[in-house]
Design a protein around this ligand. Sequence first.
Ligand code: ADP
Length: 443
Amino acid sequence: MRLKTKIHLFSTMIMLVILTLTNVGIYFLFEKTAYRSEYSQLLTRAQELTTSLSKTTEQMDARTIIMAHVPANGAVRIGKITVASQTTFGSEKINFDINHKERYTIGAFNGTKTMAISVPAIWPNGEVVQVEMVQLMEDLKDSLRLLKLILIAVTIAAMIPIVASSITLGRIVTRPIEKLTTTMIESRQSGKYEKITVPLKGKDELTQMSRTFNDMMEQLEQNYKKQEQFVSNASHELKTPLTVIESYSQLLLRRGFDNRAVAKEAVEAISGESGRMKEMITQLLELAKTNGSMTFQFEEVALYPFIQEVTEPMRIAYDRAFHVAGDVDISWVTDRARLKQLLFILLDNARKYSDGEINVQLRQMDDQLKISVVDQGGGIPAEHLPHIFDRFYRVDKDRSRKTGGTGLGLSIAKEIAQGLGADLTIDSEVGVGTTVQISLPKR
Ligand code: ADP
């Protein structure tokens, strides 16, 4: 069953049940009240009769008194004998039973409800008798019939706007969902990331759902574009070393076997380029890993010795001065291996793009730990800074080619920093140097 039909049916049924129950309640309440007023009228009449009877001593007078007090559509019975009766049905005798435990007894006579009561009275001969009085409730029957008709008419009249509003409600709820489904189908068929038009001011859940859908589409589109860009960049970047390898191999084939110098140059170039390709592929794999499910293991790390441990192998391998400065006792909860990887990228860049000594500063500011890698190299021109974390972005392609750069280091660093919950900022001035700062929040 469609959602629209479900809403429509459910709300209509609920309203119908509520209306019916209310109307049935009104009907029975009215009936009960009407019985009460009939009863008090009948009782007054019976009491008047008993008072009159108590004042007479003649049997004949008693009969006249009774005749005078018989209800218009009813009868009076003394003992088991009907003394007098007046009915719209002529001289027919009204037979009625009385339940003496109740205040009044409701019966029926020729399809019309009757009310019967019984009161004690003193008969002219001094005997105590039961005066039983019955009344046909003709008027009440008509009133109840009219009330029933009115209530049915009210129910039907009320159901018309209820049905109309439930149809409208169904439409209001399902229209955005239908739009969403249509847009999804269109997106699937066209391969584009279609969006829904959303009212600017709407705040309800359905508008929010549509906005979330649009945001999701936007993100999917961006991710797709990024992925596309990444693949095309990666292919382009890999094509360059492959072209170099190819042309040097051909040179080697043509002239290399006769000329040792050419052969040496070609083999060196091929070896250099394959080394670069290897590094690039390793970094691409690393990036794919960080993009996916990078797992972290947080533990307490004593930072000063930890940073020394990271810089020491670099100092030996590259014969460069790395200075670590700052609070010796700082401990921080972080992922040891990931922070090492991140620091390694930053230190390696500092080493590649500067000649002098490299400083690592360590300090705690409130709830943040700041690790800065400072070099006094050539620096990065301001216009390149906004793109520095983009994949394959290199400031000076030729220079970084010589240094073995791929343009992937900082983007990997950014991903790792995000995983650690850290902020990575870069501050650089041409001719002065570069400072890259990791800001780690307290966990
Ligand atoms: P690469 O593998 O080329 O070093 P990165 O993503 O690590 O790739 O860096 C991107 C570019 O940013 C580098 O090519 C370089 O031009 C510039 N860069 C990064 N760090 C520094 C630095 N400390 N000093 C100067 N330039 C830097």
